[in-house]
Design a protein around this ligand. Sequence first.
Ligand code: S3P
Length: 193
Amino acid sequence: MEKTQEEIIGEILTALDRPVVLIGMMGAGKTRIGQMLARRLGTDFYDIDDEIVKAADCTIPEIFERFGEAYFRDGEHRVMARVIDEALEKKTPSVISTGGGAVMTPATASLVWEKTLSIWVRADMATTLERVTRNIEKRPMLAQGKPEEILERLMKERYPVYEKADIVIESGDRPEGGILSHTLATLHEYLTG
Ligand code: S3P
């Protein structure tokens, strides 16, 4: 008999002994899926970009403009290290959504591969482009040229690193409930299959 979603969630929570970290390109849907997943699992949710903004007390475009990308990546690494450690101390495994470039910093990637269960949220170019252009002013990485060309270059550079994730979720344009059930089923299969 097929398991109910409640049973699937119970088994995920029993087997999961690490924080779940969502990685992938900007616009892939990491934050949206992370929030839904955390709500359904009844665990805490962290968004690394939001944590960086809180810690720096200025927006991400401002950090890039005033101090540059290298400075942002340093801060991103410190925030990731703090949040992962905080999450590891909790009784229930938290869900953490990261910025698209986080795992391109080798020290940040090591934390993710060694201490967490990683999920690569993947979307095709058309979906990614459509989503990022909705609020392009919030994406400093896309400010120096044609967004599609920059995304193409970033995908080429980043996909070989994203591929190291424990799990891949195709985000595409599924309805919200569909992507959540798909994520739960994939996570369950990985942990208990
Ligand atoms: C970045 C992605 C952004 C944010 C910053 C840099 C990137 O996060 O961290 O603008 O290098 O891809 P999202 O992936 O949540 O948009």
